[in-house]
Design a binder for this molecule. Structure first.
Ligand code: RB5
Length: 149
């Protein structure tokens, strides 16, 4: 599975830790975030990572900013993207199973690295459940289409 990870300046250290963790597990990880602590604009990174996931250049994405919120808001403006901010393991697998999320977002100022790794595992090991959940995800897509004209 190919993953893409993006972060702003608030998430640089956690990004490196997560990237290393995933590569040790055998995942291919595209690093699309900043590698320094110099201030950058999270909307640009969130949108760029989302565009690559939507284009199929990566199977799933991970986004990190201070809270996970700003970067996910930008990502969610890209058609076909469902970026979910999580700060617990249960939500991290349910967003994949029920909401068919294709990007996991979290905040480096909110969660510690062990929790972040557990959330990443939960997200990546979960599978979209389809069925009634698929129907609801299609309803979300319909809202997206309604306002994208
Ligand atoms: C950057 O200081 C901070 O605003 C950003 O990382 C994020 O938390 C925004 O949602």
């Amino acid at each position: 599975m190919k993953l893409i990870i993006g972060n702003d300046h608030a998430g640089t250290e956690l990004k490196f830790e997560i990237q290393e963790y995933l590569e040790e597990k055998g995942y291919e990880v595209i690093n699309y975030g900043t590698d320094t602590n110099e201030s950058v604009h999270y909307p640009q990174i969130g949108a760029a990572v989302a565009e690559k996931v939507a284009a199929g250049e990566a199977d799933l994405g991970i986004l990190i900013c201070g809270t996970g919120v700003g970067i996910s808001l930008a990502a969610n403006k890209v058609p076909g993207i469902r970026a979910a901010v999580c700060s617990d393991v249960t939500t991290a697998h349910l967003v994949r199973e029920h909401n068919h999320a294709n990007i996991l977002a979290f905040g480096a100022r909110i969660v510690g690295s062990e929790l972040a790794k557990d959330m990443v595992d939960a997200f990546l090991n979960a599978k979209p459940l389809g069925g009634r959940h698929e129907e609801r995800v299609e309803m979300i897509t319909a809202v997206e289409k309604k306002y994208s004209k």
